[in-house]
Write a protein that binds this ligand. Structure first.
Ligand code: SF4
Ligand code: SF4
Length: 147
């Protein structure tokens, strides 16, 4: 009987993944592309439902991913160091899950084989955010669901 191959994210440490493997881990939820507020006193990070101006809020994709730092200098590039530092990454984020030794959810495109399941499961920002091109009312748009 032919044995199923064990998927790469179960056999490789994050630090050993190829660039293509690393990129494929992103589920496309775009929650990390939401603007956040930091409490100066406590350091607590709160999400808003206002998306970065480069995010296509329907497709949940960055419109200038390759050169995003040129347009949004504070866009956080995820790597093995930053996923430990960025404690605000959502609990559903694949990088965070794997770094914490957890499993990917059924709706992750690598599990389901379908990039739409992250949207169908209500995990992504699709349909529930506005662009920062349309509002700057950060304090008025604090939300808890992205965490
Ligand atoms: S939160 Fe994680 S999985 Fe979701 S878009 Fe950002 S990097 Fe990708
Ligand atoms: S520049 Fe692109 S990847 Fe970075 S936060 Fe904005 S939309 Fe997301």
């Amino acid at each position: 009987m032919k044995q199923e191959a064990v998927p790469f994210w179960k056999t490789k440490a994050l630090a050993k993944m190829t660039k293509a493997e690393w990129e494929s881990l992103c589920d496309g939820c775009a929650k990390c592309c939401l603007n956040k507020l930091e409490n100066d006193a406590t350091g607590e990070i709160q999400y808003t439902d206002i998306a970065c101006r480069l995010l296509d809020t329907e497709l949940c994709r960055c419109v200038s991913y390759a050169d995003r730092k040129r347009f949004v200098p504070d866009c956080q590039i995820l790597n093995i160091q930053s996923i430990k530092r960025l404690t605000w990454l959502p609990s559903t984020c694949a990088y965070r899950l794997l770094d914490e030794g957890k499993e990917l959810f059924w709706w992750h495109p690598l599990i389901s084989g379908d990039p739409e399941t992250v949207h169908e499961a209500g995990i992504s920002v699709r349909g529930r955010v506005v662009s920062e091109r349309d509002t700057d009312d950060l304090e008025g748009r604090v939300v808890g669901w992205p965490k």
